[in-house]
Design a protein around this ligand. Structure first.
Ligand code: MD6
Ligand code: FE
Length: 226
C-alpha cells in the first residue's frame, strides 16, 4: 500500500465540507472578523442550493421608503425575509411578490453560517433569515445600520461570492470615518456584540468577470431577525 493511502492528504481533508479548513482571519473591530476563504470548501453545495432558492424567489429591485430603487437585487430565504417599500423596511413571513412563504433556508446555508459564527466565537447562532443580495457592476449599498432585527445579541454572518467589493466599515454615527475592507470570493464577515450596530456599506462594484459567477457579486447575510 502506498503511504499516501494510509493517511489522509491535505486535499482529502479539505474536500470534506464538514471539516472546516483553518481560514486566515482578520479582525476589523472589537467583535468583527473577516474569515478569508471560509466559504470556499462549501461552494459546490452552496451554488445549487442558491439556484433552487432563486427559482422560488428571484432577485428583484426594491424601493426604499425614500422612493429610490435599490441598485442591488434582493431575495431571501428562511422564516423571515427582509423587504423594503414606500412604507418602510421590515421582515415578512411571505415574499410580497408571490404572497408565498419565503423559500426554506437550505441546510447547507445554515450549516455554513453556524460554522462561521462558531469560528468567530459566537456559539449557538440560530439564524431565521438569510438576505441574498446581487450586485452587478455599478451597484452599491449606501452606509446603513442593520437594525430591523428584534434582538441585537445575535451576530450577523455575511458571505461574499463572485466579484470582489470594498466593504465600508464605519462607526456608530453615520459621520464616523469608515475603514475600507476588500472582500473576495469565499470571504465571510462575522460581526456582533459591541460592533453589531456599526454603520457599513459597499462601494460601487467594479466591472469584472468572475470565473465561477460571471459579472456579479452575491452576498448572503444571515441574521436572527425574529
Ligand atoms: C454586502 N452587507 O456585503 C452588504 N450587513 O453586500 C451588509 O449590509 C452587511 O455584510 C450586516 C453585516 C454584514 C454585512
Ligand atoms: Fe447591512
Amino acid at each position: 500500500m502506498r503511504s499516501d493511502q494510509l493517511k489522509p492528504t491535505t486535499l482529502d481533508l479539505f474536500a470534506d465540507a464538514e471539516v472546516q479548513q483553518p481560514a486566515t482571519s482578520q479582525q476589523i473591530g472589537e467583535q468583527s472578523l473577516v474569515l478569508r476563504g471560509f466559504a470556499l470548501p462549501w461552494l459546490e453545495r452552496l451554488l445549487p442550493a442558491l439556484d433552487e432558492v432563486l427559482l422560488a424567489a428571484p432577485f428583484r429591485q426594491m424601493i426604499t421608503p425614500g422612493g429610490f430603487t435599490m441598485s442591488v437585487g434582493l431575495s431571501s430565504c428562511g422564516t423571515l425575509g427582509w423587504t423594503t417599500d414606500r412604507t418602510g423596511y421590515r421582515y415578512t413571513h411571505t415574499d410580497p411578490q408571490t404572497a408565498q412563504p419565503w423559500p426554506d433556508m437550505p441546510t447547507v446555508f445554515l450549516e455554513l453560517a453556524q460554522a462561521a459564527a462558531l469560528a468567530a466565537g459566537f456559539g449557538d447562532f440560530m439564524p431565521d433569515s438569510c438576505l441574498i443580495n446581487r450586485y452587478v457592476p455599478g451597484a452599491k449599498m449606501s452606509l446603513h445600520q442593520d437594525k430591523n432585527e428584534r434582538d441585537y445579541s445575535a451576530p450577523i454572518v455575511s458571505v461574499s461570492l463572485g466579484l470582489p467589493a470594498i466593504f465600508l466599515f464605519g462607526g456608530h454615527a453615520r459621520s464616523d470615518k469608515s475603514q475600507r475592507v476588500p472582500l473576495f470570493h469565499g470571504d465571510i464577515v462575522v460581526w456582533g456584540g459591541v460592533d453589531r450596530l456599526r454603520y457599513h456599506g459597499i462601494l460601487p462594484l467594479k466591472d469584472g468577470q468572475h470565473s465561477r459567477l460571471g459579472a456579479q457579486r452575491i452576498n448572503f447575510t444571515f441574521r436572527t431577525a425574529g
